[in-house]
Write a protein that binds this ligand. Structure first.
Ligand code: LRH
Ligand code: MN
Length: 426
C-alpha cells in the first residue's frame, strides 16, 4: 500500500479555505504576542515519532482479542502501514521493532522498503518476558534477574542478538523492559534480584556499539503483581548510572501508579542528563495503553512543558527518543495511531506557547495565580492550524483521518491482505 501524494493534496482541497482562515487568525494573534510562528512550525515538522511494530494490528487482553481486518502479517506490511501514517501525518518517520516478533528475513529488502517510505529504524526492543519455542530455559521466574546463572546468560545473549539485528538495520538504541518480579511476598530475594539485573545489564552494556544508547524501561506491576525488579524511575536511573554514559531511563506514560507526577520525573531525569525517551500512551487505571491524550491531555501538556524547558536548558541531556507504545482493542490501529500523533503534536505546540521567561519571573515572585494563568493560556490555545500547516508544508494531509477514510485505505488493505490477516505482537 503506497499513497499517491497527489491524492492526499486532492483530499486537502475541501479544507484549505477553512484552514487558511484559522491559520491567518492564529498566526496574527501569536505574532502579535511575539511568537516566531515559522520556528514553531519547523519544530513540529522535525518532531518525528517512532511507531511500535507491535501495535499495527488489533491488541487484546486476557479476556479476548477482536481482530481488525487487513492487518499486516509480516514486517514488510508493517513498514508499509507506517509508510501510510507518515504519508498522511509527516510525523511518523520511524518504526521501533520488537524482537523476535519482527526479525527481518532479508535485511536489504526491509531497509529498501523503509527507505522508500522515508521511515528509519528507531530503538529495537528485546523480549525476555515470553519463552520462545526453541528456548532451552524458561523466563517464568525472570530473565536478567533470575537466580539461575544459565537463564541470565540466555537472556543476556538474546539482548546481544537484538543489538546485532538493530545494528544491521541502522538502529542506534536498545530498549530493555523486564517483566521480572514476583507475585507473592518471600518468593524472591529483592537484593539478589536487583544485583543480578545490574550485572546482567552491565554485560549487555559492554556489547553496545559506541554510538548506541541503552534505554531501561521501568514499570510498577504486571505481569507480576507483588513486586517488579525495575519498578520505578529511581531504580531505572540507578541502574543506568551504574551502567555508564550510554544508558538512560525510558518513561512509558502508562507505567506509573495513579496520580504520579510524571512531569516532575521528566524534569529530574533531564536535569541529571538521563532521560532517554518516551513510550507515549494514556491510561485511566493501569498500563491501559490507550490513545495518547485521550484521558489526561493536560498531564501530557505539563510533561511537554518540562520537555521544552529541558530541551532549552539541559544540554547535558541528549535529544530524547519519541515512541508510541499503545494497543488498539476497539479502534482501527492506524486511525488510533493518527489520533495519538495528533495529540503529541498538539501537546508539544501548546508547550511551545508557554512564555518560559514570564513564567520564571512569576515563579520567582511567587505569583502563584500568574504561573497557572501563563500555563493555561498556552494550553487553552487551539493550535491545530499550526499542526495542519506543518503537515501541509511537508505534503501531508490537513486532516489525516478524513483523508485515510476518503481514500478508502482500510478497504484497500483488506482487499490486498484479506480479512483474516493477523499481525504479530501483543
Ligand atoms: C511493557 C511495554 C514494553 C514493551 C511492551 C510491548 O508493558 O510497555 O515497552 O516491550 O509493552
Ligand atoms: Mn512500553
Amino acid at each position: 500500500m503506497r499513497i499517491d501524494k497527489n491524492h492526499i493534496q486532492d483530499t486537502n482541497q475541501k479544507y484549505i479555505a477553512e484552514h487558511n482562515r484559522h491559520f491567518d487568525f492564529l498566526s496574527s494573534l501569536l505574532s502579535g504576542k511575539g511568537y516566531q510562528i515559522d520556528s514553531i512550525i519547523k519544530k513540529l515538522g522535525d518532531f518525528q515519532v517512532a511507531i511500535p511494530s507491535w501495535a499495527l494490528g488489533a491488541g487484546g487482553t486476557r479476556f479476548g482479542r477482536f481482530s481488525f481486518q487487513g492487518e499486516p502479517s509480516n514486517l514488510e506490511q508493517k513498514i508499509d502501514d507506517v509508510g501510510v501514517l507518515h504519508a498522511l501525518t509527516r510525523t511518523a518517520g520511524a518504526i521501533s521493532l520488537h524482537i523476535p516478533w519482527d526479525v527481518p528475513n532479508d535485511y536489504n529488502a526491509i531497509k529498501e522498503v523503509a527507505n522508500s517510505h522515508g521511515v528509519t529504524f528507531d530503538a529495537v526492543n528485546s523480549n525476555t518476558f515470553q519463552d520462545q519455542e526453541s528456548a532451552r530455559e524458561s523466563y517464568k521466574f525472570g530473565s536478567l534477574s533470575n537466580a539461575s546463572k544459565v537463564i541470565r546468560e540466555q537472556a543476556i545473549a538474546h539482548n546481544i542478538d537484538v543489538i546485532k539485528i538493530g545494528d544491521k538495520l541502522g538502529s542506534k538504541s536498545l530498549t530493555v523492559w523486564l517483566a521480572d518480579g514476583t507475585n507473592f511476598p518471600g518468593q524472591a530475594n529483592f537484593q539478589t534480584a536487583l544485583t543480578n539485573t545490574q550485572n546482567s545489564l552491565k554485560d549487555i552494556y559492554g556489547e553496545l556499539p559506541d554510538d548506541w544508547k541503552l534505554f531501561i524501561e521501568y514499570k510498577p506491576y504486571e505481569p507480576n503483581f507483588y513486586s517488579t525488579v525495575i519498578q520505578d524511575w529511581g531504580t531505572s536511573f540507578m541502574l543506568a548510572n551504574e551502567c555508564g554514559d550510554k544508558a538512560y531511563t525510558l518513561v512509558d506514560l502508562g507505567h506509573h501508579l495513579p496520580n504520579t507526577n510524571i512531569e516532575q520525573i521528566v524534569s529530574t531525569l533531564m536535569l541529571k542528563g538521563k532521560l532517554g525517551g518516551f513510550h507515549f500512551n494514556d491510561s485511566k487505571y493501569g498500563d491501559d495503553d490507550l490513545t495518547v491524550g485521550s484521558i489526561k491531555p493536560y498531564a501530557l501538556f505539563l510533561i511537554f512543558n518540562e520537555l521544552v524547558y529541558g530541551m532549552e536548558n539541559n544540554p547535558q541531556n541528549p535529544y530524547p527518543a519519541w515512541m508510541i507504545d499503545a494497543s488498539h482493542n476497539t479502534k482501527d490501529p492506524l486511525e488510533d495511531l493518527m489520533q495519538s500523533l495528533e495529540a503529541i503534536q498538539e501537546a508539544y505546540a501548546k508547550a511551545l506557547l508557554v512564555d518560559q521567561n514570564l513564567l520564571r519571573e512569576a515563579q520567582v515572585n511567587h505569583d502563584v495565580v500568574k504561573c497557572q494563568e501563563l500555563l493555561q493560556d498556552a494550553y487553552r490555545t487551539d493550535v491545530r492550524p499550526l499542526l495542519e500547516k506543518a503537515r501541509l508544508n511537508r505534503g501531508g494531509a490537513l486532516h489525516p483521518i478524513n483523508a485515510y477514510r476518503s481514500l478508502n485505505i482500510r478497504k484497500n488493505l483488506i482487499k490486498d491482505r484479506g480479512a483474516d490477516s493477523v499481525a504479530s505482537g501483543l
